[in-house]
Design a protein around this ligand. Structure first.
Ligand code: 0K2
Ligand code: SF4
Length: 318
């Protein structure tokens, strides 16, 4: 293959968003301030490496609060929880730190507001995803889940003139718009959310991968299989013209056969993925002759969130 130039296009933005950064730091600080063990309800973010690293430091991940000893400290994950989970924790006298991303909390507020105003709320999202369970739990009587455009025919509402759609924060923008178009065909008065529910980080990572996908024979997305936003990046890369695309947790999962005849490899990572894992992938690619790396930047991100209030220094100690 003399004469071929092997290169990597590296998407930017990629990796940690502001909400993940805050949630992971919340568990780290809780461990520092309170000592191990610190319980965490569900995976703090959907990344295997993050979870295993925090476990090694003394975090204990549980599925539900009834697995947490009475009076112990529990952190709620970035994906948010329903009011019922807060109530269960209070009943067991658990001390809680709520690491729900403020952009997920925003969707919860929208759900509460439109339920109060007696709208039928069509929540676009994935069945069984923790974020959807948390948001739907704010107003179960008013919210119904719509997964795809194919579901739209089965939706029934009380008053077609009083319907709004909201969504999970980590969906494919294009696929969601297809679903909304189908909903609007059935319910022409359908209202949009007051502001985008698919968050800035999800959107930015999709825009970045789209910008390079058509030039890539292969796009590697670093992320875990249960990470909605990471899985979406593989789909978006393929739809935008990548020759192939795979989701990997670690560099060691790269199959040499994927690189046969490949000149350009795109690399990106989901919002829950630490940069060290991307570095590992770049090192492995360099070992295979892909030493030239060009960063493709489509946005600069500067957003940060303050820590959950339970971890902010109290006024007295400032
Ligand atoms: O993409 P997912 O919602 O599955 O979640 P993560 O992979 O943990 O990414 C961070 C998003 C958390 C909340 O929106
Ligand atoms: Fe928040 Fe978006 Fe990150 Fe989810 S992906 S934690 S909504 S910033």
């Amino acid at each position: 293959m003399s004469g071929t130039v092997k290169r990597v296009l590296l998407a930017k933005p990629r990796g940690y968003c502001a909400g993940v950064d805050r949630a992971v730091e919340a568990v780290e600080l809780a461990l520092e301030q309170h000592g191990a063990p610190v319980y965490v309800r569900k995976q703090i973010v959907h990344n295997r490496h993050v979870v295993e690293t925090l476990e090694a430091r003394g975090a204990i991940f549980v599925d539900e609060t009834d697995e947490v000893p009475t009076g112990a400290l529990v952190v709620f994950s970035a994906h948010g929880v329903s009011p019922a989970v807060h109530a269960q924790a209070a009943e067991r006298e658990l001390r809680t730190i709520d690491a729900t991303c403020p952009l997920v909390t925003k969707v919860h507020h929208e759900a509460k507001r439109f339920a109060r105003e007696d709208y039928d709320i069509l929540l676009v999202g994935h069945h069984g995803h923790e974020e959807v369970e948390g948001t739907a739990g704010e107003a179960p009587q008013h919210i119904q889940l719509v997964e795809t455009a194919d579901d739209v025919a089965n939706v029934t509402v009380r008053d077609p003139d009083k319907v709004i759609w909201l969504s999970q924060t980590t969906l494919s923008v294009d696929e969601t718009m297809d679903t909304v178009r189908a909903l609007r065909e059935r319910f022409p008065s359908l209202q949009n959310p007051p502001s985008d529910d698919i968050c800035y980080a999800t959107q930015n990572r999709q825009v970045a991968v789209k910008a390079m996908a058509a030039r890539c024979d292969l796009v590697l997305v670093v992320g875990s299989t249960n990470s909605s936003n990471s899985v979406r990046l593989v789909e978006v890369a393929l739809q935008a013209g990548a020759g192939a695309s795979y989701l990997i947790d670690y560099a060691r999962e790269i199959d040499d056969a994927w690189l046969d005849g490949v000149e350009t490899v795109g690399v990106t990572s989901g919002a829950s993925v630490p940069e060290v894992l991307v570095r590992g992938v770049l090192d492995t690619l360099a070992d295979h002759g892909f030493g030239t790396v060009e960063e493709i930047t489509t946005a600069e991100e500067t957003l940060t969130f303050s820590l959950p209030r339970e971890l902010r220094p109290s006024r007295a100690s400032r």
